[in-house]
Design a binder for this molecule. Structure first.
Ligand code: ADP
Length: 460
């Protein structure tokens, strides 16, 4: 079978531009470490925010009692109760409920949004069956609040909203303490609850995974967007001007902001120019689920214009931004049939185009090129974080197991992405270190993590 790329100069050029051979990946990993160090040195320096999370104490497994988690980060919020039974019993029971947020509240006032959340919390608590733990007199129920919007954290239980994203635009919130907003609403609704820990989903994942496994040092999200959090030595954080700089703390890298050395193509540039944040988060735009399909769409469109990929004309639908989604790429790459039937039906369903085998092969090659680059770059990022940890702790060279807790549908559901990522880890770390690194898929532990952090940071 001839390599179909050889018949298509655009595809060949695209593949070359996307290439990430090991020496190149090494440069990327080193550059990410440099940016991490710059961000730790001085507030606002470097491309990575390296946000202090104030999570100084990670779960040990000894936590006991009834705690809650509230997760707000998209079109749904989730409330969860967790009964923690200590080292032996761990999670005795957990209940959760997902509630969709009415569209008008996403663009309303903060009183409306938090009022709605408080009412739902109240009915969740009202429905609770008596468990092992009774709330002591004078104590409030404590919540770990996962709030996945950009926040400038000011302590473990406070932080100001920097800007709304993901379709939210609640008035009068930017620059305000999000925890105060929620606490006030709970007060107004006569709810006996308070927020004891404010975290993002990466920190929640790290804490949740750490609750069961003390070797967890990193939490990574690979879903619509991407982020990584890790355990850092306080004395290695120059911008932390606190006297008590012993021990460890969790850093939220906001690594999606990395943009320096990257294999950018003209398609990446064009997508970036049309994005809500041009010039920013270029790493995120190459590795996270929101963008992979869109890059493929742009390449296919160009191939249609300059060669006869789908016949004489480009399908009209192919001009629609974000019409091809990462799920579709995944479905096409999973196709094992001789004539790539499933690729054909995805293209028919979403682009309304009939295709021959040759066209299907080329489409799969484009998908593979984008996913390979994404997975390998994600691997380089993980290596960067691991090497930063290694520099200060020498964990890996002393043969210690080191666990990266991973969550997000892109990692979970895209086997090719996962295996390209794993390849990059082995190439960069070498077999010896790579065998001590465990990438652990910890689905949905961030809620438990937030609840456990409420326990760790209980005011009682
Ligand atoms: P979020 O990151 O929004 O909290 P998820 O972890 O569920 O939520 O990630 C959703 C993203 O994962 C989607 O935007 C999509 O890019 C990607 N995704 C979802 N399903 C699949 C799939 N079957 N194959 C590949 N990628 C997928």
């Amino acid at each position: 079978q001839p390599n179909s790329a050889s018949l298509c100069p655009i595809l060949t050029k695209f593949q070359n531009d996307c290439a990430t051979p090991t020496p190149y990946l090494r440069k990327v990993a080193d550059a990410i470490v440099d940016e991490m160090q710059a961000g730790l040195a001085v507030e606002g320096e470097g491309e990575l925010d390296m946000i202090l999370t104030y999570v100084d104490a990670l779960p040990s497994g000894n936590e006991e009692g009834l705690f809650y988690a509230l997760d707000l980060g998209g079109t749904n919020f989730r409330v969860r109760s967790v009964q923690l039974g200590g080292k032996e019993e761990r999670v005795i029971a957990t209940e959760s409920e997902q509630i969709s947020i009415p569209k008008e509240l996403m663009i309303g006032t903060s009183e409306e949004l938090f009022g709605f959340i408080a009412t739902k919390l109240a009915s969740f608590v009202a429905k609770e069956k008596p468990g092992r733990f009774q709330l002591e007199q004078g104590r409030k129920r404590e919540i770990g609040f996962t709030f996945s919007f950009p926040v400038k954290q000011t302590s473990i239980d406070s932080g100001t909203l920097m800007k709304w994203t993901k379709g939210f635009h609640v008035s009068g919130m930017e620059g305000k303490n999000v925890v105060a907003c929620l606490n006030e609403a709970m007060e107004v609704h006569g709810l006996n609850m308070r927020v004891s820990a404010l975290v993002n989903d990466g920190v929640g994942t790290l804490a949740g995974a750490r609750y069961w496994d003390e070797d967890v040092m990193v939490g990574v999200i690979l879903g619509t967007g991407t982020n990584a959090c890790y355990v850092e030595q306080k004395h290695k954080i120059p911008k932390l001007q606190s006297k008590s700089s012993s021990g460890t703390t969790v850093i939220n890298t906001e690594w999606g902001g990395y943009s320096k050395i990257l294999p950018r193509t003209v398609f990446d540039q064009e997508m970036d120019e049309k994005s809500l944040n041009p010039g920013e988060h270029l790493y995120e735009k190459m590795i996270s689920g929101m963008y992979l399909g869109e890059i493929v769409r742009r390449v296919l469109l160009q191939m249609c214009k300059t060669s006869d990929l789908f016949g004489q004309f480009a399908p009209a639908k192919l001009s629609k931004p974000f019409v091809l989604r990462t799920e579709h790429l995944c479905k096409m790459q999973e196709d094992n049939t001789d004539d790539l039937q499933n690729v054909g039906s995805v293209l028919y369903e979403f682009l309304e185009v009939e295709t021959n085998l040759n066209a299907r092969r080329r489409v799969v090659e484009v998908c593979d090129t984008v996913v390979k680059r994404g997975g390998r770059l994600a691997g380089a990022g993980i290596v960067a974080v691991l090497e930063k940890i290694e520099k200060d702790t020498k964990r890996m060279s002393s043969g210690k197991r080191t666990v990266v807790a991973m969550d997000g549908a892109l990692y979970e559901k895209y086997p090719q992405y996962r295996s390209y990522m794993q390849d990059a880890l082995v190439e960069l770390l070498g077999h010896k270190f790579a065998s001590d690194v465990v990438i652990k898929h910890t689905k949905d532990v961030s809620g438990i993590g937030a609840a456990v952090l409420a326990a760790t940071n209980s005011i009682y």
